[in-house]
Structures are given as structure tokens and as C-alpha cells.
Design a protein around this ligand. Structure first.
Ligand SMILES: [Zn+2]
Length: 124
């Protein structure tokens, strides 16, 4: 069980992550709109480079959208008082681990066990 102070610290952390990501998602959208605008009256100079930049932006955007979802889920778990409960073994997740990675849903032991199974998925 987290103390009220720990809960507030995690909430602040999640809110900071959320607004940082929201800013990024916004820039990605601006980029898309700029790109469409730039197309008018422009020749095909350097199109390969441009395509590459664009698809990198899109990949980043997908990843950010995914992370935003995770952060919202974490906030819902925080509100429900379940954020420190491991979804696999129901043991408490350590506060230090939560603070380092507030979107986690697994305790260290379960995460380690799962990593061995999903060794090549690797994003966490
Ligand atoms: Zn566990």
C-alpha cells in the first residue's frame, strides 16, 4: 500500500510524463501539416530524405500514442489504489520501481521472469 505522499509523488510524475508526451504528439501533428503545405509548388528534390524523416516521425508518434495510453492506464490504477499491485502475482510493486517506471504493471520478479520469455521484444 502506498502512502498518500507516495501516491501524490507518482501522480506528479505521471502528469509530467503526460504533458511532455502531449507536447511531442502535438509537434508530430504540426510536422505532418507542414509537410503537406510544403508540397505545393515544390519539386522532388531530396524526396528520399524527406520520406525517411517523415516515417521516423510517424514511428515516434505511434510510440508516443502507445505511451500516452499506458500513462492514462497507470493514472486510472493510481486513482483506484491499484498501481502498486502486480498484475501477475498481486504482490506489491516497490515504490522505487514505480517511481522509476510508473507505467509498470509487474513487480520486479514477474518482470524479470517475463523478460526471459519476451527477450527480443525488449522495450522495457
Ligand atoms: Zn509479481
Amino acid at each position: 500500500m502506498l502512502t498518500p505522499e507516495q501516491t501524490e509523488e507518482l501522480r506528479a510524475r505521471l502528469q509530467a510524463d503526460l504533458s511532455r508526451l502531449a507536447d511531442h504528439a502535438h509537434s508530430a501533428l504540426d510536422f505532418t501539416m507542414d509537410r503537406d503545405r510544403d508540397r505545393i509548388g515544390r519539386d522532388s528534390m531530396d524526396e528520399a530524405t524527406e520520406e525517411e524523416t517523415y516515417s521516423t516521425q510517424l514511428r515516434l508518434h505511434d510510440r508516443e500514442t502507445f505511451l500516452l495510453g499506458k500513462i492514462r492506464e497507470a493514472m486510472a490504477r493510481l486513482d483506484a489504489g491499484e498501481i502498486d499491485e502486480c498484475e501477475e502475482c498481486s504482490e506489491p510493486i516497490g515504490f522505487k520501481r514505480l517511481l522509476a517506471r510508473p507505467v509498470t504493471t509487474l513487480c520486479f520478479e514477474c518482470k524479470t521472469a517475463r523478460e526471459q520469455v519476451e527477450a527480443d521484444e525488449g522495450s522495457e
